[in-house]
Design a protein around this ligand. Sequence first.
Ligand SMILES: Cc1ncc(COP(=O)(O)O)c(C=O)c1O
Length: 379
Amino acid sequence: MKFNTKTIHAGVHPDPSTGAIMTPIFQTSTYVQQGVGNHKGFEYSRTGNPTRSALEASIAALESGNYGACFGSGLAAIDAVIKMLDPGDEVISTNDLYGGTFRIFTSIFEKYGIKFHFTPMGDVSKVEELINKNTKLLWVETPTNPMMNIIDIKEMSAIAKKHDILLAVDNTFATPYLQRPLELGADIVMHSVTKYLGGHSDVVMGALVCKDSNLADEIYRIQNSSGAVCGPMDSFLVLRGIKTLHLRMQRHCENGKELAYFLKDHNKVDQVYWPGFEDHPNHQVAKEQMSDFGGMISFTLKGNRLEDALKVVEKVKVFTLAESLGGVESLIGHPATMTHASIPKDIREESGVVDSLIRLSVGIEDIEDLKADLANSLA
Ligand SMILES: Cc1ncc(COP(=O)(O)O)c(C=O)c1O
């Protein structure tokens, strides 16, 4: 199946007992056994639930993987990846990443003896310099949140393979509609399903996808042992959301492009970070590994004053000031005080998260309303 057909059909089948075309919400914790161990494939809903299984199959298919596993949040999915490691193991991660990912790495896993290195991943030689015999995982987020840097997944995969290290890619911003890391050599794809896959700002969920069966066994072992699973109602909502992923993403990209150029021309705006610009430092890589440039944009204001940025994010009327991204509605955020507040000021400023940085998650409303809203609040 082609991608736009997969969003509607992959992983889902009419319910055999009723013919219901939509996968039912199997709101059950357990399953009747005819005799000990004699059941229909499900024993207990932490281990497996039919609504969650349909969603896991759907997301796996979208990412060109063989195995999917869904979790109670994106962070629970990240937690499962790091739990594959042992004390003494080392991880190399991009330095420009979602604040919550930085927080789980440093405030949870460092104390269990896992060492994290944060480095810009545009420069392959810098990444390679950090590799030693303890390095077990490369953690890539691309496009990065919120600076919209692009990391070359094929290049990272070549290094990972050379040194026998796992490569995990957080594909939350791009979604499989724009970019499929497993096709580019990654071992694990991670999603905050909360964002574009869910698409309607009504669910918090995470997912992992891989191709390799040994890796999948390990992911399922941790999913079942740690138990951070999502429920059947949320699985149903995401199954429904995914059916329009391709349509939503197409509009997110169109609106994102218009607003990126609008901001670039605006006299109050300093820098605009959007990988679709030809002068974006990683534009060529973005063009090669993504099919379009998405609906996420960050920008700074001339003068770089915190109070100006706070005024802009508070004056909008169609955009909503809120954490999160990827829903149908346009959101505006101030990373330094919101999503990235958990990163120390010197580290966040080094990666570009300065006081006047504003992040947009461009929704699928009428573009003229979005432009007028930003023009008004910038004025
Ligand atoms: C790129 C990225 N990765 C991971 C996460 C964490 O996901 P969740 O909030 O679903 O736990 C987020 C949340 O904003 C994110 O933006």
